[in-house]
Design a protein around this ligand. Structure first.
Ligand code: ATP
Length: 359
């Protein structure tokens, strides 16, 4: 469970090292626990960035999900701390960058490599979906690679900032447009469910094989129409030497009707995952690297649309205030982040409440 403490206590326990990355809400810093000398990644969330009730609810949701998951292909959270001004998530350190970095650094990418990534991610989704947890932001930047001392590598799903427990259909538009399932982007009247993650994984798989996305989705989610989701083209030159089993998997994932998408559990039983590796390893895909070098910077700019960023876009005149705001809340009430589903701090309700959830 999370600990409420002073800033000095966290810094006394962990030596902060170099910055590993940053996102919309958090800075991620490599750190070392002084007592054990073990290296971790600290995801540091300044509270002023999660001031709005919606963003705060997302952070609580991230925490509550990370507290219950335990799987080799999902980032592990060791500890969580809350100070007056920050929330610190102490995560397992992943040492080899994200999927894009991995492909570009390797200089080549074979069908066997893609299969290993897909196996790990289907395993992660099987685990999450069995527990009715949806990630909602599956994309190459959130699939990280960890190299083990024996030279093997394992993929880890990170960034649970949009993850949530599913108790019924969801309706909030969130995710990254390029990877967003059509039932989310087109605001299906039935809402959406865990199958949305499988669509995103299908887009990731397509990118791994070609270096570019299957559909030309506008970055402004408001402009997305059903016409943007045609049939994925599996006939271009990038697909010439790809096995039929790999194409079958992409087709099963990129089903526009979520009810027709095959579950992660069943995908793991596909023939493709059982095939002999050497033949697949020989299918090296140089063009992927060249295409990715063009698509990657573009993709990184097209950051995710979270519920919070939608609200900012809808209310450009009311940006997040620059100072921490819940300093008057008693310390023992602060750590209701994971436990309570209600918004912390009555002061929040007095703030302009943006329109955010689209129906
Ligand atoms: P975003 O706004 O992009 O969703 P965020 O604020 O939710 O980001 P994360 O995506 O979780 O933050 O982390 C930001 C970056 O920090 C990642 O893209 C990655 O490069 C790095 N990072 C995150 N977690 C780890 C980790 N456990 N080990 C090493 N690096 C990490």
């Amino acid at each position: 469970d999370g600990k409420v403490c002073e800033e000095d206590e966290v810094l006394g326990e962990f030596e902060m090292m170099n910055r590993l990355g940053d996102g919309n809400f958090a800075d991620v810093v490599k750190c070392r626990r002084r007592s054990t000398r073990t290296v971790h990644a600290a995801k540091i969330i300044p509270k002023y960035r999660v001031y709005r009730p919606e963003t705060r609810a997302l952070m609580k949701s991230e925490l509550s999900v990370l507290q219950i998951v335990n799987h080799g292909n999902i980032i592990h959270m060791h500890d969580a701390y809350e100070t007056r001004t920050h929330v610190y998530l102490i995560l397992e350190f992943v040492n080899s960058g994200d999927l894009f970095d991995m492909i570009v650094k390797a200089g080549h990418f074979s069908e066997a490599d893609a299969r290993a990534v897909m196996y790990d991610m289907c395993s992660a989704l099987q685990y999450l979906h069995a527990r009715r947890i949806i990630h909602r932001d599956i994309k190459p930047e959130n699939i990280m690679c960890h190299r083990r001392p024996d030279g093997g590598q394992v993929m880890k799903l990170v960034d649970f900032g949009l993850a949530t427990k599913v108790t019924g259909p969801l309706f909030d538009v969130c995710g990254s447009p390029t990877y967003m399932a059509p039932e989310i982007a087109l605001r299906s009247s039935h809402g959406y469910n865990v199958e949305a993650d499988l669509w995103s994984l299908g887009v990731v798989m397509f990118v791994m094989f070609t270096g570019f996305p299957p559909f030309n989705i506008p970055l402004n989610y408001d402009k997305i129409t059903s016409a943007h989701y045609g049939e994925p083209d599996l006939t271009s030159e990038e697909w010439v030497d790809v096995t039929e089993q790999a194409k079958e998997l992409i087709t099963l994932l990129l089903q526009r009707n979520p009810d027709k998408r095959t579950s992660a559990n069943r995908l793991l039983r596909l023939e493709w995952f059982k095939r002999e590796t050497r033949a697949l390893a020989a299918r090296r895909r140089q063009s992927v690297i060249l295409n990715l070098q063009q698509f990657r910077p573009e993709s990184r700019r097209s950051s995710r649309v979270s519920i919070a960023t939608i609200s900012t876009a809808a209310n450009p005149s009311s940006p997040e205030p620059p100072t921490p705001t819940i300093t008057t809340t008693p310390a023992d009430e602060l750590w209701s982040l994971a436990a309570s589903s209600n918004t912390i701090g009555s002061s929040d309700t007095a703030l302009p409440s943006p329109q955010l959830l689209m129906n």
